[in-house]
Write a protein that binds this ligand. Sequence first.
Ligand SMILES: [Zn+2]
Length: 437
Amino acid sequence: MGRACRIFAILCWLAATSAWAAEVQDVRLWRAPDHTRVVFDLSGPAEHKLITLDNPSRIVLDISDVRLKASLSGLKLDDTPIGKIRSGIREGSDLRVVFDMSAGVKPRSFALKANAQAGDRLVLDLYDLTAATVSQPPPVTKKVDAGGRRDLIVAIDAGHGGEDPGALGPNRLREKDVVLAISKELYALFEREPGFKPTLIRGGDYYVSLKGRRDLARQRQADLFVSIHADAFTRPQANGASVYALSTKGATSTAAQYLAQRENAADLIGGVNLSDKDDVLAGVLADLSMTSTLDTSLKMGGSVLGRMDSIARLHKRSVEQAGFAVLKSPDIPSILVETGFISNPAEARRLATRSYQQQMARAIHAGIRDWFSQHPPAGTLLAWQKQQGGQQYTIARGDTLSDIAQRFNVSITDLKSANGMSDTRILVGQTLKIPTS
Ligand SMILES: [Zn+2]
């Protein structure tokens, strides 16, 4: 190569690399019930500045020394307060992204450092000022009947979501989708059952911080928190379902400890602002109330495990314990259900089917119901039913005896004999005694 060529090559190289410190490789957008999240995937760390402008309302994001390689035009803005997104270059090498807003928001931005699962990211959260523009479950209040008996509130937490896909299985199966489907089935089961009021902690594809999940459960006055997950392991042979509770000391096994570490890393992947960071103090866990809460969690977990035994191979036969951040509510019994290994090809195939998701939801539902019907908190409909000598069910239009038997996990024969029935004919409005299964 001649000297001139060499100089030319160096100039080209300089032009290609030195102008920008990093690149925006992808831009992703998630809509949550109360905010819109825009994530910029960067090839390296970058400084940024957030500016809010009025008339017309705009949010401006200036990112120093980066080049936009991704496209902004494919982002789905339906249901968001963003009208349009534009970009331009500022001061030679800075990127300016302008969000033309159609509704007022409170913006917040923060950078996330690269970690084992994800690269450097810049997160822009736009919090809605007005009522949510997407459908979200109505606020849950403890429903009280004429006799002053209230419903039990079950907080159902589908793990991961949004930017955090959770464990990944064959054929692009993602934990966040599987567990949301199971959670919705579980919600439907509790919704149909008198004495229970379910609430979904995550109702769609967006991320909620681990602390945010606990906060929502407390706000909704949950009597129980159940977090739904699907496991993954480096060995594809690993399989089976398991149930976990919090440990205030060490983990009960290295596998449980490993799992808790992985689940706790969700905030790093899902993207959590400093203000959402977990502030549960070790002292809270030493609290006396925690001891009894934990005792209930362990027993209820055992009850769920017992029901899962009939539909799945159990990975562990007893409830395991580790320091799961999402289970650290001092006053709400909390369990985490690993519904199976998404990394196991056969189990992943099953977990992807609606029928298995329903079976799994039925087992979890039955396990929780078993526990509460034996140990109902005072003042609940279930406590009253227990006093009366068992559960009752009033037949609604469209019910069949086999539906009811399945819902309460009792056999049709037992149901018939408990009610002195000779056939399976039922009448709308008729009240059936549900035998204890
Ligand atoms: Zn998980």
